[in-house]
Design a protein around this ligand. Structure first.
Ligand SMILES: *Cc1c(COP(=O)(O)O)cnc(C)c1O
Length: 376
């Protein structure tokens, strides 16, 4: 196809059933296209307040420091870890996939003394092993883990892990990028001190924003840091003044105004549906998919007890060309699924049923297309 750089870009219509981004509802796309207003306009400040309330509901937290940082989920990871840890601080990172590995990298760059606890990819973080690691080393101040590992399709037990951290008096940093909106998050009950998510997984908004939340204890800790937060842009005490300034909002940066309209609409739709109904819809789509794959003789990677409904890792049948199947699905059937990462590359497909994607009719569309591709 001959294109000129000055031709408008028109993306193809795809059904997004990979590890994110997920399908975005037309209502959210329409909200993104609403007229841009000033970021200190009283009307916009009203929208920021509503976003904060909706995020508090999503995370089940009373944390006043609940807002979004401008940037994808990775920026939320930077914001949480780099605000919490200082050079020399000991942090335990429980790792069972790609995103736990990345947490290690971020903490190390922040100068932290990183202790790692590794679990086999495809299994959950074991609270008993975390307990043992924390018992062994009393200098550890923080525990970080990924609630929903998108690289493997595993859900770890936030409550059990939080209880262990509470017992040892360590602060908890939790990645909820893929869990938020798809499975329950009880931030206050589990004792989570810092968490972050992303918009393009189960929240079904476009990528580019990272909702975060910090407990009062975390804020107190950050205020008493001996050194400044490495990143000026992500220094939570300053971003807070912009989001929560109670009538005296100070200019910090220019909020991504239209992106926040989109997130508002996505969260509004989620809360109108009801979180419980959304979780049930994710479970139903997941069960439908697993039944369909097993009927076709395929096998799931993860044991049923810790399977993540919104991210399904299925073993690629022997003799099947991984890349060719994904390419065919995308270019002939307009369906995107994900490849395996790291040690799982070439071994599994990652099928995301996230947000708007978590519907049994989308599962049927995928299974029908997969049958055709595998037959050819
Ligand atoms: C997608 C993802 C991230 C990173 O988010 P980006 O928006 O891609 O930067 C972090 N953690 C988990 C668990 C994820 O699934």
């Amino acid at each position: 196809m001959n294109r000129n750089v000055t031709d408008p870009f028109l993306p193809p219509q795809r059904l997004l059933l990979g590890p994110g981004p997920s399908p975005v509802a037309p209502e959210v796309l329409a909200a993104l296209a609403l007229p841009t207003i000033g970021h200190l306009d009283p009307s916009f400040i009203g929208l920021m307040d509503e976003l904060k309330q909706m995020l508090q509901t999503l995370f089940n937290t009373k944390n006043d420091a609940t807002f979004t940082v401008a940037g994808p989920g990775s920026v939320g990871m930077d914001a949480c870890i780099l605000n919490m840890v200082e050079a020399g601080d000991k942090i335990l990172i429980a790792r069972n996939g790609v995103f736990g590995m990345r947490m290690t990298e971020v903490a190390a760059r922040g100068g932290a003394d990183v202790v790692t606890l590794d679990f086999e990819w495809g299994t959950a973080v074991d609270p008993a092993a975390v307990d043992a690691a924390l018992s062994k080393d009393k200098d550890i101040k923080f525990l970080a883990f990924v609630h929903a590992e998108t690289s493997t399709g595993v859900l770890s037990d936030g409550k059990a892990i939080g209880d262990v951290a509470k017992k040892h008096g360590v602060m908890v940093i939790m990645d909820t990028v893929t869990s938020a909106g798809g499975v329950p998050i009880m931030a206050d009950e589990w004792g989570v001190d810092a968490l972050y998510t992303g918009t393009q997984k189960c929240l079904s908004a476009p990528p580019g924003l990272s909702p975060v939340s910090f407990s009062p204890r975390a804020l107190e800790h950050i205020k008493n840091r001996k050194t400044k937060v490495l990143s000026w842009f992500l220094d939570v005490t300053q971003v807070m003044a912009y989001w929560g300034g109670e009538g005296s909002r100070a200019y910090h940066h220019t909020a991504p105004i239209n992106a926040l309209y989109g997130l508002h609409e996505a969260l509004r739709r989620l809360l109108v549906e009801g979180l419980e109904n959304s979780f049930a819809r994710h479970r139903k789509a997941h069960e439908h998919l697993v039944a369909g794959l097993e009927k076709r003789g395929m096998e799931m990677l993860v044991a049923p007890a810790c399977r993540l409904p919104q991210l399904n890792t299925v073993k690629i049948p022997a003799g099947v060309d991984d890349a060719k199947v994904r390419r065919e699905l995308l270019l002939t059937h307009n369906i995107e699924i994900g490849a395996g990462l790291g040690p799982l590359a070439g071994k599994v497909w990652r099928i995301g049923l996230m947000g708007e994607g978590a519907r049994t009719e989308h599962v049927d569309t995928l299974l029908t297309a997969l049958d055709k591709v595998l037959a050819s």
